[in-house]
Design a protein around this ligand. Structure first.
Ligand code: FAD
Length: 377
C-alpha cells in the first residue's frame, strides 16, 4: 500500500473544482470528482513482462485536473469488490486522459484483474484524484528523483509534465530495477533525457548477469553509486518512491551522509509497512466522552471495544483484523465501508462523496464511534 509520510511536498493544495486560476483552453467540461466516477478504458500497453499501462478517459470528454504524483482509487470487481489506488503516470499537461501503470503482483487480486480483464471499452468506477506527493520540476530548485520498481509512476508523471510544460531545470532521475528488462519507461525516459539537457538519467539493476548488453550500474543502489552519478546530491530536494525496504535503505543512506532530511519526501506502495505498524498513526478524533463503544464487524463476526478517541480502523487492527486502508487520513477512500447501525464522528479529508455519506458509507480510518456500531466488514 502507498502512503504519504511527509507533509505536502510543495505546500500546494490539490487543484479544486472552483480554482479560478486554472485556465480552460477548451470548452470541454471539467471532471467533477464529486459527481463523476466512471472511466472508460481506451488503450492498454504492455510496458515490461509484468507491467501494463491502462489509458482511460471519461464516457463523454472531460478535462481532469490533477497534480503530477497524485493517484486515483479504483473499485475492481474481484472477490466481491476490492478498492486499490493507482498513481496517475501520465502528464498533467495532457488533461483529457488518465493513465495508470500497474505491476502484476503475484496472487494479488486487484493487479491481476486489471492485467487479465481490463480491456479497451471496459468501464471502471473511480474516485480522486488524491494525494500530496508532488513537485514542480520546471522550478529553480535542484531535484533528485529516486524510484524502484512500480514506484516509478509518480516521478514519471512529474517528469512528463515538466517536459511537456517546458524543460526540467535541473532534475536527476535515478531508477532502480531488478534487471534491465524490468526497467519501466526506459526508452521514453532515455528520449526525454536526450531532448532535455536539464534532465539527467541513471538506471541501476540489482542483477544484470543475463543481459550482456547492460553497461549501466549493477548491484544494490548505494552511496558510492549516488556520489558517482550525482556529486551534488546534498544540494537537492529528494523525492523517493518504491518498496518500503528500498526507501528505508535510501533514507538511512542519506541520513548517514548528513543530508538535510527536511528536503526528503517519500511515498510507498508497500502493504508490509502497514501491517508492521510503521505507518503514521491514524488520525484520532478528539476525545469526546471517555466512553468505550462496541464495534461489530458483521462479515467477520468480530466484536471489538473501541476506546476513547480511537478510530474504527485502529480498533479493528488491535483485534487482529486488517481491513484494506491506505492514506489513513480520510483522503484516498480505500477503507470505505458501510455503517449498518450506530453513529460515528468522521473527520475525512475529501475521500468520500456526500452522496456516499448519505448512503451510510464511512471511512473507518478517520471515524470514531459515538455509539455502539455495526460495520459491514
Ligand atoms: C496511493 C497508492 C498508489 C499506488 N500506485 C501504484 C502504481 O502506480 N502502480 C502499481 O503497480 N501499484 C500501485 N499501488 C499499489 C496498488 O494499490 C495495489 O496495492 C497493487 O496493485 C497490489 O494490489 P493487489 O490487489 O494485486 O494485491 P494485494 O492483495 O493488494 O497485495 C498482494 C501483496 O503484494 C504486495 N504489493 C502490493 N503492491 C505491490 C507492488 N506495487 N509491488 C510489489 N508488491 C506489492 C503487498 O504488500 C501484498 O503483500 C499504489 C498504492 C497506493 C496506496
Amino acid at each position: 500500500m502507498m502512503t504519504q509520510t511527509n507533509p505536502p511536498a510543495t505546500g500546494q493544495a490539490a487543484p479544486s473544482g472552483d480554482d479560478e486560476n486554472f485556465t480552460e483552453a477548451t470548452r470541454i467540461p471539467l471532471w467533477d470528482p464529486e459527481q463523476d466516477d466512471v472511466l472508460v478504458c481506451r488503450q492498454v500497453r504492455q510496458e515490461t513482462h509484468d507491467v501494463k499501462t491502462f489509458v482511460f478517459s471519461a464516457r463523454e470528454p472531460r478535462a481532469f485536473r490533477f497534480y503530477p504524483g497524485q493517484y486515483m482509487t479504483f473499485e475492481l470487481p474481484v472477490e466481491g469488490m476490492v478498492t486499490r489506488s493507482y498513481t496517475i503516470s501520465g502528464s498533467a499537461a495532457r488533461p483529457y486522459r488518465i493513465e495508470i501503470t500497474v505491476k502484476r503482483v503475484p496472487g494479488g487480486p486487484g493487479s491481476n484483474w486489471l492485467h487479465d480483464y481490463m480491456l479497451p471499452g471496459k468501464e471502471v468506477n473511480v474516485s480522486g484524484p488524491f494525494g500530496e506527493f508532488t513537485t514542480d520540476a520546471t522550478g529553480e530548485e535542484k531535484l533528485l528523483f529516486i524510484s524502484a520498481g512500480s514506484g516509478i509512476t509518480p516521478m514519471m508523471s512529474m517528469t512528463r509534465t515538466a517536459c511537456d510544460l517546458s524543460e526540467p531545470s535541473d532534475l536527476c532521475f535515478i531508477h532502480a530495477a531488478r534487471t534491465p528488462a524490468d526497467i519501466i519507461f526506459r526508452d521514453e525516459l532515455s528520449l526525454l533525457a536526450a531532448q532535455n539537457p536539464g534532465l539527467k538519467l541513471a538506471f541501476t539493476c540489482s542483477t544484470a548477469a543475463a543481459h550482456h548488453s547492460w553497461s549501466g550500474y549493477t548491484g544494490r543502489f548505494n552511496i558510492q553509486m549516488l556520489s558517482l552519478m550525482l556529486p551534488d546530491f546534498k544540494e537537492r530536494k529528494v523525492f523517493c518512491c518504491g518498496p518500503a525496504p528500498f526507501m528505508e535503505g535510501v533514507r538511512n543512506m542519506l541520513r548517514d551522509t548528513g543530508f538535510d532530511m527536511e528536503k526528503y519526501y517519500e511515498e510507498s506502495f508497500d502493504f508490509g509497512a502497514e501491517t508492521a505498524g510503521t505507518f503514521e498513526e491514524p488520525v484520532a478524533a478528539p476525545e469526546i466522552s471517555g466512553q468505550t463503544f462496541r464495534v461489530s464487524f458483521t462479515k467477520t463476526g468480530h466484536v471489538v471495544e473501541c476506546g476513547p478517541g480511537m478510530t474504527v480502523l485502529s480498533a479493528a487492527r488491535e483485534a487482529g483484523i486488517l481491513p484494506m486502508s491506505s492514506c489513513q487520513r480520510g483522503i484516498c477512500g480505500t477503507c470505505k465501508s458501510k455503517l449498518i447501525s450506530g453513529e460515528v464522528d468522521m473527520q475525512h479529508g475529501g475521500g468520500i462523496r456526500q452522496r456516499e455519506i448519505d448512503q451510510g458509507k464511512v471511512l473507518i480510518c478517520c471515524s470514531t464511534p459515538l455509539s455502539d456500531i455495526e460495520v459491514e466488514l
